[in-house]
Design a protein around this ligand. Structure first.
Ligand code: GMT
Length: 378
């Protein structure tokens, strides 16, 4: 198939999933066209059937806000015609499904029919919770898609609760390329980061308020009071300064290593003993899955789609949002005993096997086939 993929090219999970999906589909013989405003961060390998088409938004003084959707929909029309793209897979209802619908209508004028598959990643839903004026655009974009997928059952339920959805929503969970995270439990370069007797705790996010990074610091503070430990703090975002200030006030700055945005997530996870994800909400929690695939148990909150990924008492533990005392207790339970830590690490890796990309990517292929055949009948 000739497939167009539209996503955010940033460090977020949706961009990662879209990129990994495109790369795997290309290995399975499909022709893949990424269409976005920057090269996706994990799109390192351009092969002969993976293409990247950049969307430019020319500055025009009349526009107070530069119209990305307009530029994207025009680019989609051009790319579909030029490369005979058969189907568009867009990640996020707004603005991507919204722009794709406009492109579809323009193409129809020329007798070209291109169906749209929309994947919901969660923030559309959160956004509408805080900005209800986007609701008509999100509802419209979902209902006008030819197929809709959500990355967890929880996100599907939220979408059906918040929007008047007429379309069926297929749950296709996020996935992981387990080969990339197969370290065989070696200790990688852990000696560069910590002493032999120290446990390594890791958090990775875009440091938005929804990630509750202050809770990460509270839990780490409690851990390092009891056992020697270091915190690997990966990511950039609006809460970074608050975190640095908090670490200084608590006197633990020398035990926290700030990586900023890193392209070496797999290496950092390789030497980690525990992953913290105390978010207020997560539609899925891809960062937790990446940790588990590296054999790192997860201490998380129990909201959204996280319980579909992290299994309480097996791959880690789940606590109520904000219950940092419970999270600290659970973290110490895992970390304070070598044998127990080893078991949780193995369990985490085992649980991640369920999300192997070889099991999940065919589900998207089946949705594309089904959507294309239904559209041919119309
Ligand atoms: O979590 C973020 O702030 C980034 C956002 C994104 O667009 O990548 O993540 C969302 O999509 C990921 C991939 O499906 C999910 O793993 C994250 O849980 C989801 N984030 C939220 O729901 C807050």
């Amino acid at each position: 198939m000739n497939i167009g993929i539209v996503c955010y090219p940033t460090f977020g999970g949706s961009g990662v999933v879209a990129t990994e999906l495109g790369l795997e589909l290309s290995k399975r013989g499909h022709e893949i066209h990424f269409i976005t405003y920057n090269q996706p961060v994990r799109l390192e390998l351009i092969s002969n059937n993976v293409h990247y088409h950049e969307v430019n938004v020319p500055e025009y003084p009349l526009f107070h806000y530069q119209p990305y959707e307009l530029a994207l929909s025009s680019k989609l029309v051009d790319m579909v015609k030029l490369h005979n793209i058969e189907i568009l897979h867009v990640h996020y209802a707004i603005p991507h499904a919204y722009a794709a619908y406009m492109a579809k209508k323009m193409l129809k004028e020329d007798g070209i029919h291109v169906p749209i598959v929309t994947t919901l990643h969660g923030t559309d839903i959160t956004l509408v919770g805080s900005h209800p004026f986007y609701k008509p655009a999100v509802t419209f974009s979902i209902n006008k898609s030819d197929a809709v997928t959500a990355v967890s059952q929880s996100l599907k339920d939220d979408t059906l609760r918040l929007f008047d959805v007429k379309n069926e929503i297929n749950v296709v969970p996020n996935f992981i390329d387990l080969d990339k995270y197969n370290h065989g439990f070696t200790d990688c370069a852990r000696h560069m980061m910590a002493e032999d007797n120290e446990r390594i705790i890791t958090h990775i996010s875009n440091l938005r308020p929804v990630k509750r990074v202050q809770d990460v610091i509270k839990v780490f503070y409690n851990i390092q009071k009891e056992i020697p430990a270091k915190l690997m703090f990966v990511g950039e975002g609006p809460e970074k300064e608050n975190v640095e200030r908090m670490c200084t006030e608590l006197g633990i700055l020398d035990k926290v290593i700030f990586f900023g945005r890193s392209n070496e997530i797999d290496k950092i996870l390789c030497f980690s003993d525990l992953f913290l994800l105390p978010s207020r909400t997560e539609s899925f929690g891809l960062a937790a899955l990446e940790a588990m695939a590296s054999g790192v148990p997860v201490i998380s909150s129990n909201t959204g789609g996280i319980p579909e990924v992290n299994v309480h008492g097996y791959s880690g533990f789940l606590s109520n949002v904000g219950d940092t005392e419970d999270m600290s207790k659970n973290a110490l339970h895992i970390l304070s005993n070598d044998e127990r830590l080893k078991t949780f690490k193995e369990n985490a890796r085992n649980e991640a096997l369920k999300f192997d990309l070889h099991n999940i990517v065919p589900k998207y292929e089946a949705i594309y086939q089904d959507t294309l055949s239904k559209c041919l009948v119309l």
